[in-house]
Ligand binder design. Sequence first.
Ligand SMILES: [Zn+2]
Length: 270
Amino acid sequence: MVGSVAILAARADDATAAQADKKPKSEETVAPGITFDWIHVDGPYIAMTFDDGPSAKLTPKLLDLLAAHHIKATFFLIGENAAEYPDIVAREAREGHEIANHSWSHPNFGKMSDDGVRGQLRKTDDAIKSAMGKSPTLMRPPYGSITPRQKRWINQEFGYKVVLWDVDPLDWRRPGPSVVCNRIVKNTRAGSIILAHDIHPGTIDAMPCVFKELEAKGFKFVTVSELIAMETPLPPKPSPTPKVSPSPKPSPSPKAKPARSTSPSPAAQN
Ligand SMILES: [Zn+2]
């Protein structure tokens, strides 16, 4: 894709982390089947993700809210926090949420040695395993910063899929609950992976609005692994000169592009 080439060229004088943060999609084609930022699915399914916890004060509040809405989320944990609050990790798992690896101390993987990255992931995997009895299967690099080569060896060595996101409310800047809610509701589509952080009070305060509004739009919340399991192939791009036999239908409506809207519309072709 053109995007990948542009990003690779830009990396010469730009911070890798900033690029990766802004354009998580650009490297998707480099490691197909390993990296996910949005999933093509047939129904109105989305995944809510929370990074950087657990927080002793905020995560239990969030878990109460999720339980009240019967929503399953995915938590990308910092190993240091998981080791400090194993009881919260155990509760997350017990209540049906997915637990995933977000490094031990939140460094920039894109600038680290393989051994440094390996240690960050291993220690966190161990902390999660001791808290909930099994290893996670997903990881998210801090800042979304990771090289295509790192993705491949991490996937081979740990079996992790690399999960980025397509909806980012920039809640870490603490813009206030209503702004966080509006940004998420406005940008979420079927198959979205929504980024948020359960270490900011305003993010937790935004969630009643987020859950209510997304539910009102018909979205269904699943974990990231469930969303990945629902992936369906993207429909082929429509040919410029479709050979269609004359149809008796009087409808003048133009051929719609494959729908990516929240309401799953029956595709005309295929
Ligand atoms: Zn993070």
